[in-house]
Design a protein around this ligand. Structure first.
Ligand SMILES: *Cc1c(COP(=O)(O)O)cnc(C)c1O
Length: 398
């Protein structure tokens, strides 16, 4: 099927919600993707911060293929060794005691929200409100959309579920003020990925956490994008010396196979009773085998090496601050963003990088986001930054 036909069918039959790039991907190899015209692209999108092992990683591919042949899915009516293996490894690595497995980030957050509601219902307390940050992104189900700070989306789907409130990004006074007695849990990203890799400052997170602890409010960190080594540590909360009550994972957790997870302490995680929550596909054998291998590979050196490449990417991008129209360079590890002045649409840079063989995407406020596979090489980073430098040098600001 040629590209023209593919586009025609997609636009005729897929629900018209996605703005797609004019690119049809055929296959991946290493940290690169190839389109149907045989062009090669170094991938700094990675399926939206998902394919942390790149494409065709030998050990990972082997583990997935083996599991496909053995058993893919039986539902949670039954026990499987592969699920038990994985949750033991995940609890050990994270320091949490209880896991619920699902299929996406939105579902993981939905689980966390439901868990918080059950936790406070059990103590007969009135704390049903979930407090989230303006500009946050937590997913697209009705509850997680309500937790997401996007007014336009809220208007599209009213009436929204009740029991959510929000505070101003990085504003501790506003946070204190909004942390009323009805608030049972704070749901927060350490770095707002979809908002253009916008980090909370260290003091804000540390103080917000301490205040939640002192008031008996659950602190839930959405690690869907920042987790699994993306920021140079297994989980981003480790950078701040805090220990959330609950975290949520998805995106990279199974290296590109759909999976989500909600992790909690023993006390919070057992607020659910039999039948309180569930999932048909969640924690299936295929996803667990993939996720187990991802975790193993991270622990066997990738976490450490990718932390170094993440520093390297940060140092290289910092050189671009010489251009006035680059207004901010943000992020940690292999989660970075550069914001451009409003005069230069970031989309134009995205297109020019694509012509030079680099895929990036635009997130938030005119920001180019870089979230490559954690296996990205320094040479690939050099290539990207050189291409960016050339594009910047050729850019004249009117
Ligand atoms: C992507 C993302 C989600 C939603 O994940 P889905 O798998 O698309 O449902 C939630 N939170 C954060 C921080 C994300 O980056």
């Amino acid at each position: 099927m040629n590209f023209g036909k593919i586009k025609e069918i997609t636009s005729a039959h897929y629900m018209p919600v996605f703005t797609r790039d004019n690119l049809c991907i055929e296959r991946g190899e290493g940290n690169c993707l190839y389109d149907t015209n045989g062009h090669k692209y170094v991938d700094f999108v990675a399926g939206i911060a998902t394919n942390i092992l790149g494409y065709g990683h030998p050990e990972y591919t082997q583990a997935v293929c083996d599991q496909v042949k053995t058993l893919m899915h039986v539902s949670n009516h039954y026990y499987t060794a592969v699920q038990a293996d994985y949750i033991a490894a995940l609890c050990e690595a994270s320091g949490f005691d209880r896991v619920f497995l699902c299929n996406s980030g939105a579902e993981a957050n939905e689980c966390a929200i439901k868990l918080a509601r059950r936790y406070f219902a059990k103590t007969n307390s009135n704390k049903s409100v979930i407090l989230t940050a303006e500009g946050a992104f937590h997913g697209r189900t009705l509850a997680t959309l309500t937790a997401t700070g996007n007014k336009k989306q809220h208007e599209l789907y009213s009436p929204l579920p009740r029991g959510f409130s929000s505070f101003k990004y990085n504003d501790f006074d506003d946070f204190k003020c909004k942390l009323t007695d009805e608030v049972g849990a704070v749901l927060i990203e350490t770095i707002q990925g979809e908002q253009g890799v916008r980090p909370f400052c260290n003091d804000f997170l540390v103080n917000a956490y301490a205040l939640c602890k002192s008031k008996g409010v659950l602190f839930i960190v959405d690690e869907v994008q920042t987790g699994m080594g993306r920021t140079g540590k297994l989980f981003s909360f480790e950078h701040y010396g805090i220990k959330p009550d609950v975290i949520t994972l998805a995106k990279a957790i199974a290296g590109g196979i759909p999976m989500g997870a909600c992790l909690a302490s023993e006390e919070v995680g057992t607020a659910f009773s039999l039948g309180d929550h569930g999932s048909t596909f969640g924690g299936n054998a295929l996803a667990c085998a993939a996720a187990k291998k991802v975790l193993e590979i991270l622990q066997n050196g990738l976490l450490q090496s990718s932390a170094e490449t993440g520093e390297y990417l940060g140092d290289k991008l910092a050189h671009l601050s010489k251009y006035d129209f680059i207004t901010d360079i943000r992020g940690i590890g292999l989660m970075r963003g550069i914001q451009l002045s409003d005069k230069i649409p970031a989309q134009s840079f995205e297109g020019k990088l694509k012509e030079r063989g680099y895929l990036v995407n635009v997130a938030g406020n005119n920001t180019l986001r870089f979230v490559p596979p954690l296996t990205v090489t320094k040479a690939e980073i050099d290539g990207l930054v050189q291409a960016l430098d050339e594009i910047c040098a050729a850019t004249c600001v009117l």
